[in-house]
Design a protein around this ligand. Structure first.
Ligand SMILES: [Fe+2]
Length: 479
């Protein structure tokens, strides 16, 4: 027999009925099964307590006068571990009902005087069901909001716009527990628009390759597809910059739908932040480049130094068989390691006289200055700690912190070798340039004290190919 709508709705609620009279429980079971409820029966009060403890019941219908313990004692036990279950007490006669004070104290939702007709009891159960449904709605909102709040920091912390799309789609799929998703992002770039598509699972049929307008039109018209949730993502001027759709196995619930819409709004905002961050990073990068060139240009003896340090650092990391992202990080650190010198007064930085201890201590501040200049934007956050340590030594006699050995990060140990080597082979105010052979001797002398011994060995191998290195460095104007 086909279930009607009421049966379908009621089947979402479970009832336990307890009475020491098996005829009574069988009658109740039969009555409420016909009404579409899932109903279990129990004739032993202690077993009923355990059933409530171990199972999930929404409503308990129980007799008041029972052996070996009465209904109010059963409720008292149950209330010690379950405050949520709705309880209706069945009494043989009004005069035998527990006092109203007990009913209130035990949080019993109602009592029913047994009779041949169960329609009044059914009304009581229906009123419990309404309350339970409202509580479930509130709980659903609370859970959805909590899930969204938890997901947002991750979405907002995404710095690279290229990674945002992938993360957004994965996060919403995890939150809404579906399998298929599609996200299209159209972001204005310097010239034109950058289009990216992300697909999880099987994606959404036919969505790939469609324009934002076409997607919007198609899915707005496709109201009949109850298994798809979709939303447009907008920039701060309300221009469409993206489209997201999720495919579900069954029609999504109202919570999933509302959570999706909330998430989509938050994503628009996160994408705008990310785009803004990209612009900030780009302009800050340009500014740091200018600072770097200014530092190099301050002193005729250091021109091209940071380019060469970047190059040697990259080659050494490469020879150490580090992965490309590591090598690139080291190259960037080499490029910007001395930007903090912009904050050192010229009369100290390019002084022709011997510096006092106090002045030399000011110069020693430059790794800290480099670190603080680069820490301002997230784009440089990975290289800021490297530049901070580029004057530390393996024996702990470096600066600014005097940390030693492997407490100095690998990247900084690499840059330190590249930096010192370029200083050796360059003419400086107080020293002539060393030949390559002489510089190699210096590296050998100070391996294990100033330099990481193993890295110094590898670097010596790298510079054996000096002719090729200088050819690659031909763009640097000093060599
Ligand atoms: Fe330096």
């Amino acid at each position: 027999m086909r279930k009607n709508k009421r049966d379908f709705i009621n089947s979402a609620f479970t009832i336990l009925t307890l009475d020491d009279d098996p005829i009574m429980t069988a009658t109740l079971q039969s009555y409420f099964q016909i009404a579409g409820y899932h109903i279990d029966v129990e004739n032993d009060p202690y077993n009923a307590i355990e059933k409530v403890r171990n199972g999930h019941y929404d409503i308990l219908l129980l007799d008041y006068l029972m052996n070996p313990i009465c209904g109010d004692q059963v409720v008292e036990e149950i209330r010690k571990f379950d405050r949520d279950i709705f309880i209706i007490l069945l009494t043989g006669h009004k005069s035998l009902a527990p006092p109203i004070k007990t009913i209130r104290e035990l949080d019993i939702q109602g009592y029913y005087e047994k009779s041949d007709r169960f329609d009044q009891l059914e009304l009581l159960v229906e009123s419990c069901v309404k309350s339970i449904r409202q509580l479930r709605t509130i709980k659903g909102y609370q859970d959805s909001t909590a899930a969204l709040i938890e997901a947002m920091p991750q979405i907002y912390s995404l710095e690279n716009i290229n990674r945002v799309g992938e993360n957004i789609l994965n996060k919403i799929i995890e939150l809404l527990n579906c399998k298929n998703g599609f996200l299209k992002l159209n972001f204005p770039k310097d010239e034109g628009v950058e289009i990216q598509e992300f697909i999880v699972g099987e994606g959404i049929e036919g969505a790939k390759g469609m324009s934002l307008n076409a997607l919007r039109e198609r899915f707005s018209a496709e109201n009949e597809n109850e298994k798809i949730l979709h939303a447009c993502l907008h920039d701060e001027r309300a221009n469409a910059v993206g489209f997201m759709a999720l495919g579900f196995e069954h029609a999504p619930t109202i919570f999933q739908s509302q959570l999706f819409q909330l998430f989509a709004r938050q994503c628009s905002s996160a994408l705008n932040n990310s785009q803004l961050l990209s612009r900030i990073n780009k302009s800050y990068y340009e500014m740091i480049q200018v600072i770097r060139q200014m530092v190099d240009a301050k002193d005729i003896y250091t021109r091209g130094h940071s380019d060469r340090v970047a190059y040697f650092s990259y080659r050494l990391a490469n020879a150490l068989k580090k992965e490309e992202t590591f090598c690139e990080r080291v190259r960037m650190a080499g490029l910007f390691h001395d930007v903090g010198k912009i904050a050192i007064p010229d009369e100290i930085l390019i002084s022709d006289r011997k510096l006092t201890n106090e002045e030399f201590n000011i110069i020693k501040m430059h790794p800290l200055k480099s670190n603080s200049i680069l820490s301002v934007v997230s784009y440089f956050k990975e290289i800021a700690p490297i530049v901070l340590q580029h004057h530390e030594r393996i024996d702990g006699l470096g600066y600014p912190y005097g940390i030693k050995g492997e407490d100095i990060c690998e990247e900084a140990r690499i840059v330190a070798i590249a930096d010192a080597f370029d200083a050796m082979i360059s003419t400086r105010r107080y020293s002539r340039a060393l030949t390559i052979a002489e510089a190699v001797e210096q590296l050998k002398t100070y391996r294990g004290t100033q330099f990481d011994a193993q890295m110094a060995e590898v670097f010596i191998e790298v510079i054996k190919d000096w002719d090729n290195l200088t050819a690659e460095l031909e763009l640097c104007d000093k060599l």
